[in-house]
Design a protein around this ligand. Structure first.
Ligand code: NAD
Length: 418
């Protein structure tokens, strides 16, 4: 675990795709490193009167296609390397689905479960102040990620607006509805996971009703993915959160689990569903299932477990859940992996709709949002599928080939300054 460097994953994937496209290094070398990285200190007055200083990051990997775009994570293991890798994945994701955005990501190294609500708000507002010089609706637009939510986005919008002296909803997406959030945004990433899963099975002529599904990480992405996929008729046999996994052969009651987890602080280890058994997160990934949907963190499918995975299809709800080595093992074993930059692109797509609504000071109906999301993701899926068929490349390599081709074309037009 200690030698794992997610940015190495990114670099290897870019090189692989560039090689397949026959791109000379000059055409993609700028994408091998982030454009801008900011590390900040965040002093916070704790409830007991003491002051603690946390470290935060905002990385802009690329602004070639537009303002940087990407989430903010609060996690005790966050660091600049992780934020850089996550920012790079955003660059390729936005290029892949055709959004006018570059890639960014931010994080604070903190375990938010150890903070009171007041401490969390003070930390968020001070972090927003520290990164304010490099964010903005035409510069870099953050969004929710692991352990951050609409409430945190609202504090950031308010802090940034207060600093500038007027209300600027377009500085951040994933906000509460009342302050310019978008209908459909909380469900967007999971909805996207459902759409690509459905499209993959359609292409393969596999009925979704016959599918048994395991979801790792019942947070924002995992819970909505599980819910919408079970509504299409699949059986969700296993799910997990940071505390434990749970399993039920005849299918878990996902709405009931979501209701239970919606209370702040509730964890699956305390869930009492009928007929469930508990299982470790490690064993959950190895369950005999058709579809595995990792929706937690990076590096979950790695050298140590890739050879033992039994799922036929892996849909990456999380960013970077599979290492490069594991990818190769899965590919050799004929396990199909729908990569993160396609599978979880629903979130940034509806974030884009939210930003467009903010810039226009206009609201769209949820039906319009969901329909537009369908169109964008189905098109991206079809394009990746065609490259996969034509070149006999994995879905990941195919997705990167498409994204890199678009990025390189824009680079050629824009040139190198000066
Ligand atoms: P979240 O904080 O809402 O949920 C994370 C879930 O993972 C929780 O259930 C948590 O308990 C679980 N978890 C944490 N550590 C774990 C571990 N070691 N083992 C097993 N489970 C663990 O976060 P989220 O927003 O759902 O994000 C999940 C993943 O999806 C991340 O990789 C994130 O970057 C990615 N993602 C999120 C969005 C979004 O819109 N929120 C968009 C695209 C991608």
């Amino acid at each position: 675990m200690s030698t794992y460097n997610p940015y190495d994953n990114v670099a290897a994937t870019i090189r692989d795709a560039a090689g397949k496209l026959g791109l000379p290094e000059n055409e993609y070398i700028e994408l091998m490193r982030p454009e801008r990285q900011l590390t900040v200190s965040i002093p916070v007055r704790m409830d007991d009167g003491s002051i603690k200083v946390f470290e935060g990051y905002r990385v802009q990997h690329s602004t070639l296609l537009g303002p940087a775009k990407g989430g903010l994570r609060f996690h005790q293991d966050a660091d600049e390397t992780e934020a850089s890798a996550l920012a790079a994945w955003m660059t390729f994701k936005c290029a892949l689905v055709g959004l006018p955005y570059g890639g960014g990501k931010g994080a604070v190294k903190v375990d938010p479960t150890k903070l009171s609500k007041g401490e969390l708000e003070r930390l968020t507002r001070r972090f927003a102040t520290a990164i304010a010089p490099i964010i903005g609706p035409h510069l870099d637009i953050p969004a929710p990620d692991v352990n951050t939510n609409a409430e945190v986005m609202g504090w950031i919008m308010d802090t940034y607006s207060t600093l500038k002296g007027y209300t600027i909803p377009g500085v951040i997406t994933g906000k509460p509805l009342d302050i310019g959030g978008s209908l459909g945004r909380p469900e967007a990433t999971g909805r996207g996971v459902m759409i690509v899963t459905r499209e993959l099975l359609k292409k393969l002529n596999v009925p979704i009703e016959k599918m048994r599904v395991v979801v790792q990480g019942m947070g924002n992405v995992g819970s909505v993915s599980a819910d919408l996929i079970s509504k299409l008729g699949a059986t969700i046999v296993g799910v997990s959160d940071v505390s434990t996994g749970i399993y039920k052969e005849s299918g878990l009651d996902i709405p009931d689990i979501m209701r239970f987890l919606s209370t702040r602080g509730n964890l699956l280890k305390d869930y009492k569903g009928s007929g469930i058994s508990f299982i470790s997160n490690d064993d959950l990934l190895l369950l005999d299932t058709d579809i595995l949907i990792p929706c937690a963190l990076e590096n979950q499918i790695n050298n140590a477990n890739a050879a033992k995975i039994k799922a036929k299809y892996i849909i990456e709800g999380a960013n970077g859940p599979t290492t490069v080595e594991a990818d190769k093992i899965l590919d050799d074993r004929g396990i199909l992996v729908i990569p993160d930059i396609l599978a979880n692109a629903g979130g940034v797509t509806v974030s884009y709709f939210e930003w467009v609504q903010n810039l226009q000071a206009f609201r769209w109906e949820e039906e319009e949002i969901n329909n537009r999301l369908e169109v964008i993701l189905c098109k991206a899926f079809r394009s990746v599928y065609e490259i996969h068929k034509e070149n006999n490349t994995s879905f990941r390599t195919s997705a990167y080939m498409l994204a890199l081709k678009r990025l390189a074309a824009v680079k050629r037009i824009r040139g190198v300054f000066p």
